[in-house]
Design a binder for this molecule. Sequence first.
Ligand SMILES: NC(=O)c1ccc[n+]([C@@H]2O[C@H](COP(=O)([O-])OP(=O)(O)OC[C@H]3O[C@@H](n4cnc5c(N)ncnc54)[C@H](O)[C@@H]3O)[C@@H](O)[C@H]2O)c1
Length: 260
Amino acid sequence: MGRVEGKVAIVTGAASGLGAADARLLAAEGASVVMTDINVEAGEAIAREIGAEFFEHDVSHEPSWRQLIAETVERLGGLDILVNNAGIAIIADIENTTSEIWRRTLAVHLDGTFFGCHHALPAMAASGGGSLINMSSTAALVGIAPYLAYSAAKGGIRSMTKAIAAHCRSRRNNVRCNSVHPGSIDTPMVHAALDGLGGPKSNGEHFPEDVRRRLGLGEAVDVAQLVLFLGSDESKHISGAEMVIDNGDTVVQLSGPGGN
Ligand SMILES: NC(=O)c1ccc[n+]([C@@H]2O[C@H](COP(=O)([O-])OP(=O)(O)OC[C@H]3O[C@@H](n4cnc5c(N)ncnc54)[C@H](O)[C@@H]3O)[C@@H](O)[C@H]2O)c1
């Protein structure tokens, strides 16, 4: 019996990195998974491999959310888990962030997460409850200078999550909402970031283990294990929480390596 056996899960941005790892683990633990992404070729290939469904979907486009949720409920009988994972990260500090970068970043992260929670919530409540899992970042906790819009968007996801959790609690609808805050994880997004900031280059989907260790990067499956826990009934008493998964990076930044 899998840890999410019989549950129906949607994972956005599932064609790469963390979303792909989430979809793989949720499917392996018994969930019926709907993977969504704008990258159709990669998304469909992974979906075929793990026995999931694929839905082409730009998270910043509200009408496609309505269609996604309606089709999922109709075909799979309900909705239990939504992982709002899709994201972009454009390198630009406060002086170099254009209004286009600002709007696109907020559209994907903030609009996308809002649309997802807004449209999934009634379907989850009708299914007797569920778990909304919003992918934020440690950028929401400390702010990252070269990622101004990204930091703002992830901070918004953090507080939106708490407002949704409080609402669900007052409605007693058995829907939980939590945010996940990874530090740097070995995915194509971080490869592009390291490259753009003059760091090491990656030629593949993952760095070799020695490079990953040297850079202090986590693996996508580390985050997927947390997503699996939040999607399962094992976390039934957890809502409104911010789950940091960074091997202590944030506490070191805030307290200093000596704990001062
Ligand atoms: N990798 C990290 O270190 C890290 C750390 C903290 C937070 N995150 C967050 O985790 C999430 C996944 O990041 P990743 O590292 O796997 O990145 P990634 O670039 O490997 O994957 C992101 C996926 O999102 C998809 N996507 C982008 N825009 C989209 C849109 N408008 N609609 C639908 N899909 C879209 C992409 O096609 C891609 O498949 C993001 O929200 C990211 O901000 C990542």
